[in-house]
Ligand binder design. Structure first.
Ligand code: 13P
Ligand code: SF4
Length: 362
């Protein structure tokens, strides 16, 4: 593997990531929750706003997005929905790169987020100056960045990809004979490198949630559940990916639960995804992949602390006050839109799979 090693002598070592405590939202009584949801629905209607939520957010938010004509999806479909929607305001429930992508694609729309501090360890671990210097050292390589990056890093790239489209895009670039500089997720990058045989230089970033899944503990769990299919998001380490029956984006993992005949699934991704899996396949048993074991630090324990910053309470507040609007420097936005649009055009040329449409249909 062609990876710059992350130690202090390495000039490309990403900065240490400060992982926040996941916020503890006060429990609402059923009556208070219903009243809050009612107020949010009225605010959405008054403002012609739609919710665009990721599968890792709280189930109440996902339900509300579906009930009010918004969408619940993976990062690629969130971007596509935002670009196609006629709504003048989109409220993105997810993390900052998702809100920024919506703003880059729709500069004329108002994009709000429940909490603008909701970032991502991959985004934080790939600061523009360092990344730009890394790119400058390898001018012969095509720069492919994961969507989990800042607008400025996207603006420095040739292609933006999400987990659901990364493999076909790198396959395409490899067929053209292009060498790739990949950032920021080293695990996803290494997975794609192994699948495609492409020449990839990998930035040493990682997701604090998926990095916690442990291969050895997963082996033990599989022995206890020999009939279970193992579903793994490719941001996980190799020793976890190598035990998977299905490796894929959040949408692909949800699709696997609905389409595979197994009655049990071990799931190695953020536990927020269980809400949609339960909704679509209520009779199937879902088991969280283990994060404990040798080398575990459990900073996030299978739930992204930044995704957890989205709640009904702060959603109501941003709709009522108009605060937390996502702003992008117009020049950065202008440069970042081209690599994102390249991905969307590529995805459109591929066409939607029938089962992806079914998952999105809820
Ligand atoms: P998906 O695009 O597969 O939804 O992944 C986004 C993400 O942040 C995973 O950690
Ligand atoms: Fe980023 Fe990981 Fe959270 Fe996804 S789960 S938003 S990759 S920190």
């Amino acid at each position: 593997m062609n990876t710059p090693t992350p130690h202090s002598a390495n000039p490309w070592a990403p900065p240490p990531i400060r992982v926040p405590e996941a916020p503890q939202w006060p429990r609402l009584s059923p009556l208070d929750k219903a009243a809050l949801i009612g107020r949010i629905k009225s605010l959405l209607q008054e403002q012609g706003a739609l919710l665009v939520a990721h599968y890792y957010t709280d189930g109440d938010l996902q339900q509300l997005a579906e009930d009010t004509g918004g969408c619940v999806a993976d990062s690629l479909e969130m971007a596509r929905f935002g670009a196609q929607s006629a709504a003048t305001t989109l409220v993105v429930c997810g993390v900052r790169f998702m809100g920024e992508t919506a703003k880059i694609l729709n500069p004329e729309k108002r994009i709000l987020m429940p909490d603008l501090r909701a970032t991502c360890s991959l985004d934080e671990g790939c600061p523009l100056e360092l990344f730009s210097a890394f790119c400058d050292q390898h001018p012969e390589r095509t720069v492919v960045v994961y969507a989990n990056t800042s607008a400025a890093v996207k603006a420095r790239s040739d292609w933006v990809v999400t987990s659901s489209i990364a493999l076909p895009i790198v396959t395409h670039l490899h067929a053209l004979g292009e060498k790739i500089l990949w950032a920021p997720d080293k695990h996803l990058g290494h997975y794609i490198e192994r699948k495609t045989g492409a020449d990839m230089l990998l930035w040493p970033g990682a997701c604090v949630v998926h990095e916690e899944f442990k291969g050895f503990a997963l082996q033990r769990l599989r022995r206890l559940h020999p009939e279970a299919a193992v579903l793994v998001h490719p941001e996980s380490p190799d020793e976890v990916v190598d035990q998977a029956d299905v490796v894929g984006s959040t949408t692909a993992l949800i699709r696997a639960v609905t389409e595979l005949p197994n009655r049990e699934f071990i799931v190695a991704t953020d536990e927020g995804i269980f809400w949609k899996m339960h909704q679509l396949a209520p009779h199937k048993k879902l088991i969280a992949a283990p994060t404990a074991g040798v080398g575990a630090t459990c900073e996030s324990c299978a739930h992204c602390p930044w995704m957890a910053m989205n709640a009904l309470q702060n959603l109501e507040e941003v709709l009522a006050t108009g605060s937390n609007e996502v702003q992008i420097d117009p020049e950065i936005g202008r440069r970042a839109v081209a690599p994102i649009q390249r991905m969307l055009d590529f995805a459109r040329a591929q066409g939607p799979t029938p089962s992806r449409a079914r998952v999105l249909g809820g």
